[in-house]
Design a protein around this ligand. Sequence first.
Ligand code: SF4
Length: 260
Amino acid sequence: MHMAQNFTVNSPMTIASLTGLVHSVESCGTVDGPGIRFIVFLAGCSLRCQYCHNPDTSFKRRGKERSVEDMLEEIGRYATFLKNAGGGVTISGGDPLFQPDFTRALLRGCKEMGLHTCIDTSGHLGCNADDALLADTDLVLLDIKAWNPEQYRKVTGQPLQPTLDFAEKLAARGIPMWLRYVLVPGLTDQLVDITALARYAAGLGNVQRVDVLPFHQMGKFKWGELELEYPLMDVEPPEPELTNAVREIFRTHGFADCTH
Ligand code: SF4
């Protein structure tokens, strides 16, 4: 079942002219997947995270309509460079699974160019990732925003279970995953829950790496610009000791490379 955007895709011509809402692109990303990445940030997200630093694209769906053909043409200009740099293309957002048909078509086009592909998602719309989309996905960056279901709903406004279902689907298919966890003092810093999450991640068998991302206030101004009430206005980034303690929990569960 597709939630959010739907298209009818019948022929290569239809696919090339399919359009999606693109917030922005970055041609030399270094943190969203291996090597140097071309990153496509799509507009729209099904979550409403308290710490979202892109509420303009996630909540308000601000972006520019672009065709698959147009996007692939732009990506193609970097293809040789990306391959030589051991990188590829990452589709991020917002959430790429909010526009699954556009994402699927982009991934297909990237694979045809021989590029490594990655999606950066919360997994909440994992039901939108069908076989064809997953067949063209080399890596998933999966954000698990909290382990405790009540806490997850508090952070995101939505239930946790769809994300876990998606993680398990990826594990069953052997699709590599990098887990991401945003550490927010007073919100997602319960070490007992983090330990349970680390145990779960270790049990999946497909998690190659864990990135613990300390909360920061760099998106604060966007909430103000959009006249949205920002719930974390007065929250400070975590102390380095707390971040280290959380990373250590993941290290002790076998994730040696859990920096960032
Ligand atoms: S999942 Fe990401 S893009 Fe969506 S609301 Fe949360 S932080 Fe923002």
